[in-house]
Design a protein around this ligand. Sequence first.
Ligand code: NYM
Ligand code: MG
Length: 216
Amino acid sequence: MTTRGALIVFEGLDRSGKTTQTEKLLKYLNENGKKAIIQRFPDRSEPLTGSTIDNYLRNASCINQTKEAIHLLFSANRWLLRQKIEELLKEGTNVIVDRYSFSGVTYTLSKGVSKQFACPPELGLIRPDAVLYFDVDPAVTAKRGGFGDEVLERTDFQQKVRENMKMFENQSYWKKINANETIDEVHKNVCAIVNDLIPKVATNPIESLDEKDFGL
Ligand code: NYM
Ligand code: MG
């Protein structure tokens, strides 16, 4: 019987260490004989939406610019990769995702858009088996290299995102990680969760996000 891969999502504020940790996890899984790939969102290389989103993030002069339209573009960017992710999971590849619907919803809510607008486009995307939420004080990330390069990287805005992320705290797949620890300590915590997760979900059906995931 073929077993499926796990969908492992990394979430957190800008500069919380997600990208570093997804790369370390990929290397760890591969070295342990497990198939895995990284899928980043936004996927700036996706042909229909990627360059438009990249352009917005690097050039928009204000976070309120086109907030509804950009929200739908971020969501479309995920929908355009949905089938590929499903196929990978079915053939037994673990898919490590750097940001997903949870960033999609909380970043947009933090711009003042309603939950009723922000959540529905996410319904039907594949539900992650685990979301590793990298929790860190925005005062800490603001001091990390590169902070401030893109339009949403402002401490007051990041604080709102952190507050909004609390809406997911009670989901069974939500695993809070202390992102203030060293890179090696965080990696150890990530590996422990993932080693436990992969065999547990191998024969589970693939499910989709629904109203319950967003408290609708
Ligand atoms: N972002 C990311 C959103 O606003 N909505 C989304 O759906 C996603 C996936 O894009 N500041 C924001 C969060 C980040 C920015 O992401 C770029 P990254 O991981 O820094 O490349
Ligand atoms: Mg960023």
